[in-house]
Design a protein around this ligand. Structure first.
Ligand code: SAH
Ligand code: SF4
Length: 410
């Protein structure tokens, strides 16, 4: 596959609810990458084709990583020609990729003009009793409007929602990175788990994230287990309830504080939906489905900020707060970024916090920091690439100015 095929323009065709293709030659092609099965079935029906074509095309895209319609051999030549004219299969453009010695992989995608239009995706491998996992951390927005005080994405502000194609394109690209040289027929998906924990608040880009997760679970696409797809939210309470109606995936909550006063400061959306409402929404999310669903427990994420939320009394507050919520707690050592107003809690502090929670009967893990050699920590690589882009742009301007002087001097 040529690199041109992979490199999408910034104007990825928006949410794939497209129906019949437009007639004019000037109209952009419809990107099939981001369409869920119902959306693609409707698309084919609108074209006057049978809807089972959707499943066939989805398999080519998401299981064999084919982007050229000519390679879709179980589709008639006539239909392939038609699709070539009006459709495309485009992942977002990779501007930077980095593969760490420990197996961590990271991509920075350009999703628009300007240095701020970058999003990142990180793949973290791990071994556990169920075998080897490859967990992909996917972004849902460019920047984020919620402005949590310890988060570098929040500091960027919000730019825009990612499209369905840009969201699922991150999973497509991560899988594809393992098989660029593998013959089409032998291609297999490598990513085993997805966490919607990259840049942005997934519940504020609800429809695109929901449809992208549907593609992840679809047997005609990635066929992932519902327990291996996790959505992380800082607590958009009404959308948690909506999610419970729409799909069965695992839920993670960015808690970060155990009382409203501190949480108002660290996670400002808490002012709108305070802790009592958030915990109640989590309880509703788990509901009565029990073992049959992905909702056996909620994962609680808690970033450890030195001297801010890591006191023994905070651990005690957490025990009370979570006592009626089946949960697993993940303590995250804070990843510093330039001008961050916090430091990382000491190892001892984190371990004693963990011990208090474990002694109270909670499953509590400490997130390992991985991929340090490629800045895989949340939001870091985008910062670095933006810096480099800025320096490169400043350099280009300087060279242009010097050339101008030379020209004017004859
Ligand atoms: N907006 C969603 C999902 C993206 S953030 C949410 O907040 O849940 C994914 C996780 O990374 C969140 O738990 C977030 O709090 C955490 N995080 C953000 N900045 C961090 C930092 N500097 N160090 C460690 N974890 C961070
Ligand atoms: Fe947004 Fe999540 Fe960062 Fe908060 S932690 S600013 S919700 S991305």
């Amino acid at each position: 596959m040529s690199t041109e095929v992979l490199a999408a323009s910034a104007t990825d065709v928006q949410q794939a609810s497209a129906s019949a293709p437009a007639q004019s030659n000037t109209v952009e092609k419809v990107n099939l990458l981001g369409m869920s099965r119902p959306q693609m079935e409707k698309f084919f029906e609108d074209l006057g084709e049978k809807k089972f074509r959707a499943g066939q095309v989805m398999k080519w895209i998401h299981q064999f990583f084919v982007t050229d319609f000519a390679e879709m051999t179980n589709i008639s030549g006539k239909l392939r020609e038609k699709l070539e004219k009006i459709c495309e299969i485009k992942a977002p453009e990779v501007v930077h990729k980095n593969y760490s010695k420990d197996g961590t992989r990271k991509w920075v995608f350009r999703v628009g003009e300007g240095e701020g239009s970058l999003v990142e995706t990180v793949l973290i491998p791990a071994e556990d009793k169920t075998g080897s996992r490859k967990t992909l951390c996917i972004s849902s927005q460019v920047g984020c409007a919620l402005d949590c005080s310890f988060c570098s994405t929040g500091k960027q502000g919000f730019q825009r929602d990612l499209t369905q194609a840009e969201i699922i394109g991150q999973l497509w690209m991560a899988n594809y990175s393992y098989m660029e040289d593998v013959p089409v027929i032998e291609r297999e998906r490598s990513v085993t788990n997805v966490v919607m924990m990259g840049m942005g608040e997934p519940l504020l880009n609800y429809d695109a994230v929901l449809n992208a997760m549907r593609i992840m679970l679809d047997d005609f696409a990635y066929g992932m287990s519902k327990r291996r797809v996790t959505l992380s939210t800082s607590g958009v309470v009404p959308k948690i309830d909506q999610l419970a109606q729409d799909i069965d995936v695992a839920l993670a909550i960015s808690l970060h504080a155990t009382n409203n006063e501190l949480r108002d400061e660290l996670v400002p959306i808490n002012k709108k939906y305070p802790l009592e409402q958030l915990i109640a929404a989590c309880q509703r999310y788990i509901g009565k489905d029990g073992n049959e669903s992905a909702r056996k427990h909620v994962t609680i994420e808690y970033v450890m900020l030195d001297g801010v939320n890591d006191h023994p009394e905070h651990a005690q507050q957490m025990i009370k707060l979570l006592k009626n919520l089946p949960s697993k707690i993940n303590l995250i050592p804070f990843n510093p970024f330039p001008h961050a107003p916090y430091g990382r809690s000491s190892r001892n502090r984190i371990i004693s916090f963990q011990k208090t929670l474990s002694d109270a009967g909670f499953v509590c893990t400490i997130r390992q920091t991985r991929g340090d050699d490629i800045d895989a920590a949340c939001g870091q690589l985008v910062g670095q690439v933006a810096d480099r882009t800025r320096r490169a742009e400043q350099w280009k301007k300087k060279v242009a100015a010097q050339n101008e002087i030379i020209r004017s001097q004859g």
